[in-house]
Design a protein. Structure first.
Length: 236
């Protein structure tokens, strides 16, 4: 019971950060969630909860979606996604989780201490999409690598936000189908998913309130510190 309550608290904190900063919700949530309720419960619940806001944005701002980029991103990330799903089933889970934790730690350290953004060649940017799909297929956390490409391809804020949200809607829909086929949606998971609506609603309310009162830079710093902690949790 305590582990389930802590899981709901994790969803609340991670989605509050997601609402404020626009990213990192699933990456923050997954390592502690796996430890608290197991990967077969964490993956479908985090996918649905973190994807709920994406559905809202994609529907409301569909006119801003760059459908050409949506198709390109979905094709490349989808290829990585299928490979990620296969690797998750084929490789030892403990090895994958520790590798995932190491990636999160590297991303957090880079964001904390290396502020200069690197200019990558186009081939490397496309490679980031494949890696984003790979990680998303395994742990629903490919956002950081997608952002590397999307910032370059869609510098206009509204187009970026709407198109990236549409990407998550497409990919997470397939992931949920994959989770259904894998038998993840047992009664216990469905009950925990229903309970997750409460922290999600609270996170949306609080996130919108805090976003108006506290500087985004302070929350970005908090996000990177939490990412670092989250990555360490995956390693222990």
């Amino acid at each position: 019971m305590v582990s389930k309550l802590l899981f709901l608290v994790t969803l609340f904190v991670s989605n509050t950060i997601q609402v404020i900063t626009g990213f990192a919700g699933a990456m923050l949530a997954m390592p502690p969630s796996i430890r608290l309720v197991g990967v077969e419960a964490a993956k479908p619940i985090v996918a649905i909860v973190s994807g709920a806001s994406s559905v809202y944005v994609a529907i409301r701002y569909w006119r801003d979606i760059d459908f050409r980029q949506l198709g390109k991103i979905t094709l490349l990330m989808g290829s990585g996604l299928l490979l990620g799903i296969w690797l998750f089933d084929a490789l030892a889970f403990d090895i994958l989780l520790r590798a995932y934790g190491a990636v999160i730690i590297l991303i957090a350290l880079k964001k904390l201490f290396v502020r200069r953004e690197l200019k990558l060649p186009k081939a490397a940017l496309y490679g980031c999409l494949l890696i984003a799909g790979l990680i998303h297929g395994m742990f629903i956390s490919g956002g950081s690598f997608l952002v590397v490409y999307a910032v370059w391809a869609m510098p206009e804020k509204n187009k970026f936000r709407a198109t990236v949200s549409a990407v998550w809607v497409v990919l997470n829909t397939y992931l949920l189908y994959s989770h259904y086929r894998a038998g993840y949606f047992v009664p216990e998971v469905l009950g925990l998913l229903a309970a997750s609506a409460i922290p999600f609603a609270g996170a949306v309310w609080l996130g919108n309130k805090l976003a108006k009162r506290i500087s985004a830079q302070k929350f970005l710093l908090l996000t990177y510190i939490l990412l670092l902690i989250s990555g360490i949790v995956a390693l222990v």
